[in-house]
Design a binder for this molecule. Structure first.
Ligand code: NAD
Length: 252
């Protein structure tokens, strides 16, 4: 029960890593604010938590819409009076194309959701945490935030930006007892990264990607979530400004 009585926000918690994290944090006692652009999926996460005797509320928000992000943080303060842990996890994959073939729309959208969305969230989370004189922020970057990922320049650039924001904000607010870190997942089986669907588009691609990972497999979603649970807890109380790659050795 590492999160007993803690108020925890996870964006993009209607699916994949965010959903599994919301369920796991709630099991450890947290009160969850489940937020997603997809209302039905977000409400499903909340139902699953409540059916397991956990505490959760849904708030619909598109992280690339500044006013919605402001409304989300105001909702949290009005309803709970504090925000102990904020996990900025919502993200999109963007176009799978070499840069010459990448559309302007795809580039702009990927940057807006994955990078600017994290900026909008942190900008509005920090004042809440400054008032409490404590807080934890965890951003979901990617191995593509550490190294290049061919056919995904927009995604890779957007996730490198998340690493830059993480390190800088960590330095700005370390003295205020606000920790800011990022996890950098490798290929993790979720609706965003579905090896079966990928193989249908390009036969054999998933085996090729797997072969590049030193541990020769994809990550299980709980391997990301267990790292999040630890990194946001007091067990990691002196860790800030770090990017933790959960990647079977890929970025080594
Ligand atoms: N799955 C992987 O292999 C992998 C690897 C590295 C990093 N990541 C990152 O992990 C995070 C979670 O990915 P996932 O694999 O769980 O994907 P997912 O598609 O299963 O979940 C992403 C969630 O974000 C939500 N979302 C998308 N755009 C949004 C917006 N504008 N506002 C609010 N919510 C929005 C979606 O509705 C969805 O519920 C993402 O940031 C992703 O880039 C995933």
């Amino acid at each position: 029960m590492r999160y007993k009585d803690k108020i925890v926000l996870i964006t993009g918690s209607g699916s994949g890593i965010g959903k599994a994290a919301a369920i796991a944090f709630a099991k450890e006692g947290a009160t969850l604010i489940v937020s997603d652009i997809n209302k039905d999926n977000g409400l499903d996460t909340v139902s699953e938590i409540i059916n397991n005797s956990g505490k959760a509320t849904f708030f619909e928000a598109d992280v690339s819409n500044y006013q919605m992000v402001v409304d989300l943080m105001n909702f949290i303060v009005d309803k709970f009076g504090r925000l102990d842990v904020a996990i900025n996890n919502a993200g999109i994959g963007g176009d799978y194309a070499k840069i010459a073939d990448m559309t302007l729309e795809s580039w702009d959208k990927t940057m807006l959701v994955n990078s600017t969305g994290v900026f909008y969230c942190i900008k509005n989370q920090i004042p809440i945490m400054l008032k409490q004189e404590k807080g934890v922020i965890l951003n979901t970057s990617s191995i593509a935030g550490i190294r290049g990922l061919p056919n995904a320049a927009g995604y890779s650039a957007s996730k490198h930006a998340v690493v830059g924001i993480t390190k800088t904000v960590a330095m700005e607010y370390a003295k205020n007892d606000i920790r800011v870190n990022a996890i950098c997942p490798v290929f993790t089986v979720t609706p965003m990264f579905d090896p079966v669907a990928m193989d249908k588009m390009k036969s054999g691609i998933s085996e090729k990607l797997k072969a590049n990972v030193p541990m020769k497999r994809f990550a299980d979603v709980m391997e990301q979530v267990n790292t999040m649970l630890w990194l946001c807890s007091d067990e990691a109380s002196f860790i800030t400004g770090q990017t933790i790659s959960v990647d079977g050795g890929l970025t080594a």
